[in-house]
Structures are given as C-alpha cells and as structure tokens.
Design a protein around this ligand. Sequence first.
Ligand SMILES: [Zn+2]
Length: 279
Amino acid sequence: MTACEVCGGEGSPLDYAGLRRCAACSHVWADLSIETEAIHRLYQRSYFFGDEYSNYLEDRRIIEKNFAGRLTTLRRFITSSHRRLFEVGCAYGFFLNAARESFASVQGIDVSEDAVRFASQELGLNVSCGDWLNADLSGQVFDVVCLWDTIEHLAAPRRYLEKASACMPPGSLMAITTGDIGSLNARLQKGRWRLIHPPTHLHYFTRRSLTRLLEGCGFRIVHVEYCGVYRSVRGMVHNLVSLGWQWPRVGAWLMRVVPPRLDAYVNLQDIMYIVAERR
Ligand SMILES: [Zn+2]
C-alpha cells in the first residue's frame, strides 16, 4: 500500500515499524500488502484468547464497563429518529448487548466465527459472520453505525465508510474510536507507542486525516473527544509481571491483596472518539 487511503497522496517511510506517512494529510499506514483472507485469519479464536487478549470472555466485566461509557457518550447525540444501530466489528457482542435497550434494533457483523457464534447463541443477538464489504444488506438502512477500535484494522477503511454512508439517511450518526497517531503520547513514544501493531493495525489516523476521510464520505464531524479505558488493576499487575517486572514478589503480593474488581481509569489522551453526522 503506497498511496494514501485518505487523499491519494504519496507516503514517505517513517523511520520505524515499516510505516508510511502522507505529507499532504498526515495519515499513516503500514506499508505491507496483505490478502483479505490473511486478515480474516488474524481474528479467529487465538486473537481473543492468547494473542491480543489473554481471555476476552474472562475480561467481559471490564469490556462491558468500557462499552457502557461509550454508549453514555453516544446517547448524548441520539434522538427518537435514531432507531436502527449497526456495529461493524462487533466481536462477542458486548456492545450490542448493552445498546439493545436504547434502540429499536441492533445488528452487527464480525469476521470472527467464534465471536459471532457466541454473540448469536449466548446473547441472542442478530449478528452475522463475514466482511462488511461483502455483506448483502438487502436495502436496509441504519441510523447509527459504530466502529469501536475497528477502523485501524481494515485494509481499505474508505470503502467501509462509503458502504456505510450509502445505507445511512441524512442525520444518521457514525461513531468511531481509534488511536490518534498525531497525539502527544504517540509522538513521544514513536515506534514504541502501544497502538503500533501491524499487521492487525494497518491504518493510523490523526484527527485531521480521519476528519478528512469522513468528510469525503458524506459526513460532518459533530463531536471529538479523547476517551480513556478502565483497566483491571490486577490485569495490569499480571501484565507487568509477565513482561519481566523487576519486582516479581511485589507483583505476587499485589495479586493477593488487590480486589478483583478494582479498576483504574487510564486516559493517555491518544484515543479519539468521533461522532459524525451523515449530511
Ligand atoms: Zn493523505
């Protein structure tokens, strides 16, 4: 991928992680070509149990707590005309499950068979397995489309937004969260920024480049904030110890004394939450 997804400009190599940056619009992407099938294979069971997440279902309480926060923000923009919600990249359905009470209908799609089976069978959600670009929507329209921490995983985000735009009436809402590679934290951390993660993370937006892409797909930005996440304190200690923390006995002691439901809210001001309205 040598041409910029946002503006078609040419990218020049960054000095880390095999990334390219567009001088014209500030967008950054992973300079690799990867087949759609290979992308889908990244998101099967091991992604949620061992690779990216240690155990997605065990983390359900904290994931739901984070989705509750995102739903609270989204609801500030919801009116009675926003009735049908669709989530691209719905994983195990925890967001849809939280949102179902606020909308007349909620639907989702994900490439992970394991996740979709859970969302469908355990949560009774209307979800399908596959790639949104190939999904037959049969003329359906949606008033709210959400991509939570998903757009950075897509090989061709513009085509996803265009497809969404085509089935969203004027006044409908698009909600997106993704890292901001133009944030202070990302600029300080450079190649060590925790969200630099090819080949799962292929696109790295800035506030400017994501705004430009959305505007080019028929949206106008109505809200931008930088959102944090709740993390389990025990989970953070566990990660530190497994990364070879220099005080393993302190870690073992903390794992005994820290209550399992003690969470810390972490906001490094580098995750954008954007709400855009279909023009
Ligand atoms: Zn560009």
